[in-house]
Design a protein around this ligand. Structure first.
Ligand SMILES: [Zn+2]
Length: 438
């Protein structure tokens, strides 16, 4: 029996362990916001990985957004060196999950196993992927206790709210610097036969139109900010949306509708503050003096963020040119550059070859419409050799009755283990002379 075959058998033999591990992780409700049970899940993983020979570090993101003594942002980084010089392969999963919401037919934190599926909030996004990467690493180490380089497994906080108390913090501390980590796999639920190379860019901004308050019976004495915003929205329909629809990317973004530039209006508010549902009175008559929208602009690798912003300013100026007294402000809220790992990068070609061996079909290459933690690894960590690859069906993320398939987890664990064998059983081609195991 050759070593690869032995390893695949070792994974198949761990099916019950994989299921139990996934269930245990789902049963720790790591809700974000506010950031519940982060320490508990890190302690659980620390015990598991220490027993498998990993050196374990718990890292709290002191001072990061949302970190507090009530809701500390705990992360875990576990490292197992192979005893010989070589590259480090890092699996990064986020341990936080979003709220369950309504519409569940099973307990969202019960981890029910039924008909080959494990149900629960976080099952596919992404505790199933985290469990698969742990099983893959443990099976690889059992068959190859001596190897080149190192394996790291991290479980990090706050991906669902931007990753600032998680991967961004670790990247700032040097955990993803290229002299420590050479290959990163993020086991997000992209489907077991797809490799996600990166994501589009994001710009969030608030646009506010200004007016002047007056009595609602004499609106001519005021200046209605909502009407000004109406003119902005009309201009958007007329010129901006057609412009964005015409911009197509060569990035393999899925789904198809996201292959163009997009813009969503996340919120609109103008005039009197909305009252609580139990308020039984009438509104007061005032001309609104402020109206605000929040825009969510997703841009392509072919676009420049400066140009993206300039388009919005130009649109506002067109409205201003034809509306007397029109005044506005644009406030930046958040921005992320697009990122896309090269198809020839070692982690891409390695995982693609392993997908072919296990699933007997060619890997699909995709780019995510929205961002995930790769943004921090790319921008702060300066590491380009990074992909998202993991089990689970993307469309189930954040849905009621979220589930992950046991067979999908087993298959992707096999693909991850074969990738480790490819990268860590011989010295790294160019770095083996300079990088020693840590
Ligand atoms: Zn996720």
């Amino acid at each position: 029996m050759d070593a690869d075959h032995k390893m695949l058998q070792a994974i198949a033999a761990r099916e019950a362990d994989l299921v139990a591990l996934t269930q245990d992780l789902i049963r720790i409700p790591t809700l974000n916001p506010p950031g519940l049970n982060y320490r508990e899940i890190c302690d659980y993983l620390a015990a598991r990985l220490a027993a498998s020979g990993f050196a374990v570090e718990l890292v709290r993101a002191h001072g990061a957004a949302a970190d507090s003594d009530t809701y500390p942002r705990w992360n875990i980084v576990a490292r197992r060196a192979g005893g010989r010089p070589g590259d480090c392969v890092h699996f990064n999963s986020h341990h936080d999950v979003v709220e369950p919401g309504h519409g569940w037919s099973v307990d969202p934190f019960g981890g029910l196993l039924r008909d080959g599926r494990i149900y629960g909030r976080g099952a596919c996004d992404m505790k199933g992927g985290l469990a698969a990467s742990i099983i893959a690493a443990e099976a690889f180490i059992e068959v190859h206790p001596e190897f080149h380089g190192a394996i790291e497994i991290s479980a990090t906080a706050d991906e669902e709210s931007g990753g600032y108390g998680g991967v961004a913090y670790l990247a700032e501390q040097g955990y993803f610097s290229p002299d420590r980590v050479q290959h990163v796999i993020i086991p997000e639920p992209l489907n077991k036969d797809r490799i996600c190379l990166g994501h589009r860019g994001v710009w969030w901004a608030e646009i506010e139109t200004h007016g002047r308050i007056a009595h609602g019976s004499m609106p001519f004495l005021g200046d209605c900010a909502v009407r000004h915003m109406g003119a902005v929205l009309a201009e958007m329909e007329e010129t901006l949306f057609p412009l964005l629809a015409g911009k197509r990317t060569a990035m393999p973004v899925v789904p198809d509708g996201a292959k163009q530039s997009t813009l969503n209006i996340n919120a609109i508010h103008g005039g009197a503050v909305e009252q609580d549902a139990d308020y039984t009175g009438l509104p007061a008559p005032c001309v609104p003096d402020r109206c605000r929208i929040t825009i969510d602009r997703r841009f392509l690798i072919e676009e420049d963020i400066g140009q993206v912003k300039a388009e919005i300013t130009a649109m506002m100026e067109r409205v201003r040119a034809r509306r007397p007294g029109f005044a506005y402000e644009i406030r930046d809220l958040f921005e992320v550059q697009p990122t896309m790992t090269d198809r020839g990068a070692p982690i891409v070609t390695t995982v693609a070859a392993a997908i072919e061996r296990v699933l007997h079909r060619q890997a699909d290459f995709v780019v995510s419409p929205g961002t995930y933690d790769q943004k921090h690894i790319d921008r702060i960590g300066r590491l380009k050799n990074c992909i998202a690859y993991g089990p689970g069906i993307l469309e189930l993320a954040h849905q009621p009755d979220e589930w992950v398939g046991v067979q999908d987890m087993l298959d992707s664990a096999k693909i991850m283990a074969l990738s480790l064998a490819e990268l860590l059983l011989r010295p790294a081609p160019d770095q083996s002379a300079t990088i020693s195991p840590r």
